[in-house]
Ligand binder design. Sequence first.
Ligand code: PMP
Length: 399
Amino acid sequence: ATLFASIEMAPRDPILGITEAYNADKNPNKSNLGVGVYYDDNGKVPLLECVRKAEALLMEKPAARSYLPIDGLAAYDKAVQELVFGADSKVIQEKRAVTAQALGGTGGLKLGADFLKRFSPNSQVWISDPSWENHRALFESAGFVVNNYPYYDAATKGVNFEGMIGSLKTIPAGSIVVLHACCHNPTGADLTDAQWKEVIQVVTERGLIPFLDMAYQGFGDGIAEDGKVVRQFAEAGGPVFISNSFSKSFSLYGERVGALSIVAVTADEAARVLSQLKRVIRTNYSNPPTHGGQVVATVLSTPELRKLWEDELAGMRVRIREMREAFVNKLKEKAPDHNFDFVTKQRGMFSYSGLTKPQVDKLRDEYAIYAVDTGRICVAALNTRNIDYVIDAIAKVIK
Ligand code: PMP
């Protein structure tokens, strides 16, 4: 037999499958709430004005594209550190934080996973139940056993904090705990400040390794507010791993801009960590691409563009919140027997809406409204033109 003769077809990506079915649907009222991107009120992925202006600035001085350093553009890494840890951060001053440009948030997670497999090979990984659908496969592909800690409570539509903290209190020291720093994907349910405090205490005392995934900084309560947990973990001493992404916050999905930051306990440790992280990068893809990193570094370090970005990001955050409020208020009218108040308490782009699989099927088959089987909807796919149609349909399927 030839090499490929016995290869089986891999399962299709469930979310991409939704988009394919949506694209083929002829219903003029069709809405795709299954996506994982921010759409503006016109139902389009926006090109941010700050990005357009930064690109115009870069075009004024066209530059040759030599290789970047293995860990990326220095100006980018510095800007990322100041954004993630805060400009006045002690871990930056003490040179305990290292940051490497990565291929999106996914790239940051994979660099961290490969690094951890080298230096903590016997650890197991713990992710929330449920979590971003790529977490499990990503850590498994790095060679780890991946487990779940309890997270979502379908009865309260919030976090099962007792279950979560109980689990963190029993897993072995040295376990890697993946935490969503803000705007939990897929549920939209985040921890309170007091709950985070407890998590940080348990993780630190028990010698667990926290790996914070921050793909939505600025979509919850604000840039600094959403980054607060990262700073608190860093102040607790380290080690801490943080992957962050600009896919959503700069609407730069296709440019693959993100980073991995690692907080070490001393500056000397940090220097050794960075040297080893560079080896991980070198053997994967040598060095990252130039364009996206330059755009983000330019915006973050040019005061006028930085202000524009913060305003545009606030615009996205506020629009999502308005859609959450409209969703709840309109359903109150159309389906007064149901309570959807939890939707305004959730943060970020997503909502675990509480819709069941049969209801999701009915929405698709009878109304051309596409959601994920789990009931996850992307609130950022709602807009002033499709929301009434969507609410009418939901009210009918939950009757
Ligand atoms: N983590 C989470 C929780 C995400 O939702 C996503 C993507 N939506 C990522 C990581 C990956 O981000 P990126 O597209 O920048 O690779």
